[in-house]
Design a protein around this ligand. Structure first.
Ligand SMILES: Nc1ncnc2c1ncn2[C@@H]1O[C@H](COP(=O)(O)OS(=O)(=O)O)[C@@H](OP(=O)(O)O)[C@H]1O
Ligand SMILES: Nc1ncnc2c1ncn2[C@@H]1O[C@H](COP(=O)(O)OP(=O)(O)O)[C@@H](O)[C@H]1O
Length: 342
């Protein structure tokens, strides 16, 4: 039996909207009977075979946009996709701007900055109607001319992919086994960043579990919730230009990837840095500062990462830190070097 009702991410709702507007095929969604958006509004239902779209409140249908423009007397609308050109004199006097916003929350700083680039002062007083469209700003799913045509317009040009917005914020997500050195290295990284005058927030795995994630255990579902919460807070920090350093075990690749997408949506491409603290299980167990490995080996901790619970080794880490025979400072500086290059 599929789960009765599932909440979709902004990116998944955009997929549903593309399908509803005939811009793309059937989206691949986890099995469920009902799907809601991030506000809890029912957007679609499924009988297991077909998807019935109920409503996608955030997105205006292309046909509705075309009709609205016609009513306003726009006979042959011209469209521009995303960022304006450097030389705005090439633009027509009135145009509809199709702003790719799929996967981006409506209140994201990135989206307002991109829409703000089209205000009257910057476009020489041209008449501009900005319409957010459910395509991804980074990987648009259909050619821009086809997109313009769907909205009843002919394409004047596109600044898609031109200087994607970056807030300057960063998220460093440390991942690794218990005792690998995540907290120790993360704390040193924070010290070094503070010395550079940066504003940094440390979301340490152990600490988070006392506050943000109090009450959660170590089942897969609870670990996923814990890491997604950390990721969400970190993304909010990065969205406003801050640096968040997070140090949970984060054993599952799928959730690490979800955090990467959330952060890059909020703070721009390359704002997410995955740091794998790659200390071997044997070395972590030999350290066993908290005596947890010994307990896990005795069967006293039923789902202990590395012993009786999985750890999926990252294949997409921006930095891999080996700690054996190296000082904490050396490891922290390796992380900072990777950060400086981004
Ligand atoms: N079953 C089990 N498995 C792994 N770890 C356990 C477990 N039970 C308690 N602990 C202690 O909790 C710390 C890991 O919590 P995290 O929030 O980082 O884990 S996770 O990302 O949600 O998987 C981890 O801390 P660190 O040693 O700092 O990693 C452990 O001290
Ligand atoms: N190069 C290194 N980097 C980080 N920790 C190290 C290093 N070498 C030895 N250690 C020791 O390993 C242990 C790591 O513990 P901790 O930072 O709490 O790990 P985690 O947060 O991954 O559970 C500490 O006792 C630390 O002193």
């Amino acid at each position: 039996m599929p789960t009765a009702r599932i909440r979709l991410s902004d990116a998944q709702v955009a997929e549903v909207a593309r399908y509803a507007f005939g811009l793309a095929g059937l989206p691949e969604l986890p099995p469920a009977e009902e799907y809601e958006d991030t506000q809890g509004v029912l957007v679609a239902t499924s009988d297991g075979e077909s998807l019935t779209v109920v409503e996608v409140p955030r997105w205006e249908a292309p046909a509705a946009v075309a009709a609205r423009l016609r009513e306003q007397g726009w006979t042959f609308p011209t469209a521009w996709v995303d960022a304006p050109p450097d030389d705005v004199s090439v633009l027509p006097e009135r145009l509809v701007v199709l702003l790719t916003a799929g996967g981006t929350p409506p209140d994201s700083a990135e989206l307002s900055a991109r829409a703000g680039a089209w205000n009257g002062a910057r476009t020489g007083g041209r008449e501009v109607v900005v319409v957010p469209v459910p395509l991804s700003p980074y990987f648009p799913e259909i050619p821009v001319a086809e997109l313009a045509a769907a909205y009843g317009a002919s394409l004047a040009g596109s600044g898609l992919g031109v200087s994607p917005h970056r807030t300057g914020g960063r998220v460093l997500l440390f991942t690794g086994l218990s005792g690998a050195g995540k907290s120790t290295i993360a704390a040193r990284v924070v010290e070094l960043l503070v010395e550079e005058g940066r504003t940094v927030t440390l979301l340490d795995g152990d600490e988070v579990r006392h506050h943000l994630s109090a009450g959660l255990g170590f089942s897969r579902a609870d670990r996923d919730t814990n890491v997604l919460r950390i990721g969400w807070v970190a993304a909010q920090i990065a969205k406003h230009g801050g640096i968040a350093v997070c140090a949970p075990i984060a054993p599952y690749a799928e959730v690490r990837d979800a955090v990467r997408r959330e952060v890059e949506t909020q703070a721009g491409p390359e704002s997410f840095v995955l740091v794998h603290v790659a200390t071997s299980l044997a070395d972590c167990e030999a350290r066993d500062r908290k005596g947890l490995y010994a307990k896990a080996r005795r069967g006293e901790i039923p789902t202990f990462t590395g012993i009786s619970d999985p750890y999926e080794v990252p294949t997409d880490a921006e930095v891999t830190v080996e700690t054996a025979g190296r000082s904490v400072d050396e490891c922290a500086r390796q992380v900072l070097e990777a950060l400086a290059g981004r």
